[in-house]
Structure formats: structure tokens, C-alpha cells
Design a protein around this ligand. Sequence first.
Ligand code: ADP
Ligand code: ADP
Ligand code: ZN
Length: 215
Amino acid sequence: MNIILLGPPGAGKGTQASRLVDERGMIQLSTGDMLRAAVKAGTPTGLKAKAVMEAGELVSDEIVSGIIGEALDDLKPETGVIFDGYPRTAAQAASLDVILSDRKRTLDHVIELEVDEDALVERITGRFTCAKCNEGYHDKFKQPKAAGVCDVCGSAEFKRRPDDNEETVRTRMTEYRAKTAPILPIYEARGLVRRVDGMADIEHVTQAIEAILDS
Ligand code: ADP
Ligand code: ADP
Ligand code: ZN
């Protein structure tokens, strides 16, 4: 099973992908996470991507499609994949078709998380993650069970993304509207798009996605 999670910044793609990984043994391929790892490691890709990401603009199609192809080559053919934050442009959607068919994979669902734009700024500015295991949290909506301690790994160190500020979020939303939302009709024409209410609480969103995967 190969699925795409589509939705604006803060829609809950990463949160839901990691729950599906835990429950279904699928693999999450997040171009955002992979790019942040490249920035941290100071690789040539990271050096190119850093300023673009900090500005909230999109990294080049060649870079992200290259990363996705390489990541898929590391997986067993039977491992299911959740694409989180990719594709984000029509060119990436076209590349993904080739990348998948070259590897004899098919796309099963494109799940769109529908959310109110007004809620996104609050979600993004309250977002933080465990510095050690990357588990996602929120100041208001998903606090660690014990204050200051990661539920998953027990670490007391957390981090916030430099691009998770109100100004950059606005740019990222504009990019989403201009470049990413227009790829939905491509998948709609193929009958792949399923919509989920991303404003429901985290557990209910997961249930709605599970119901689609089981259908
Ligand atoms: P969010 O989870 O808030 O939607 P991501 O972690 O997916 O954000 O992405 C963070 C940044 O990384 C984006 O603003 C963009 O600069 C870059 N990025 C991630 N994925 C892609 C992609 N598929 N195409 C272009 N840029 C990307
Ligand atoms: P994305 O990957 O789409 O950018 P995230 O999964 O990182 O979004 O979620 C953004 C923030 O909102 C995180 O802090 C997360 O804990 C929180 N969040 C995710 N889903 C929900 C939800 N259904 N209700 C409330 N907060 C949520
Ligand atoms: Zn942790």
C-alpha cells in the first residue's frame, strides 16, 4: 500500500503518518524531515535547501524527487509507504508517477486533510518535537504526559523549527494554495482522493484514515 497525505502546513500530516507507522508497519517518507536532516548534516543538498526552507518557499523539484527516489530504493518492495509532504507541485506529482512505476509500485490513496486556515497558525506556532526521537507535540493540543519529558523516549530535550513562526507560515500557506492544492485534480481524475476532517481530534483523524485504508 502506498499513500499520499496531502494538506497545508500544520494539517497533521506528520502526526498521522507516525501513528500509521506505529500501527501498520508502514514507512513514513517526509521530505521535510529528510531535508532538515540534510541541513543539519551540512550536505550539499542541505546547503542549497536551508535558506529556502527558512523563507517558507519550496525547495527545487529535482532535489526533493531525487531524495524520494533514493529513499524508496532503500526499502523492501513489499513495505508500504506514506508520502508526507511530497508531492507538493505538479512536476513532483509527475515525477512520483515515474518513480513509483520504475519500482513497480502503485498509488492506492491520496488522503487530503481538510483544515481551517485560521487553525493552522495556532497549530504551527505551538508545535515542538523531541530532540532525540522526533516525536511531535503541541503546547496546547498534545502536551507530553509528564511535563518536560518525552512520552516515547524519556528525553527532556525538545526543539522548535526555525520556520514555525507566523510570518513564514503565511508564506508556506500561500505556496500551498498556489502550487500544491492544484495537484488535487490530477489525482481526483484518477479517483484516488479521499477527504478527511483534519479539524477532528488526533485520534478521530487516525480512525478516519484507518477506515479508508481498510476499505
Ligand atoms: P509542514 O509539515 O509544515 O508542511 P514540511 O516539514 O513538510 O512542512 O516542510 C518544511 C519545508 O521543507 C517546506 O516549507 C519546504 O521549504 C521544504 N519542503 C518539504 N517538502 C518539500 C517538497 N515536497 N517540495 C519542496 N519543498 C519541500
Ligand atoms: P504537518 O505535518 O501537516 O505540518 P503536524 O502533524 O506537525 O502537521 O501537526 C502540526 C501541529 O498540530 C503539531 O504540534 C501537532 O501536535 C498538532 N496537531 C496535529 N493534528 C492535530 C489535531 N487533529 N488537533 C489538534 N492539534 C493537532
Ligand atoms: Zn523522544
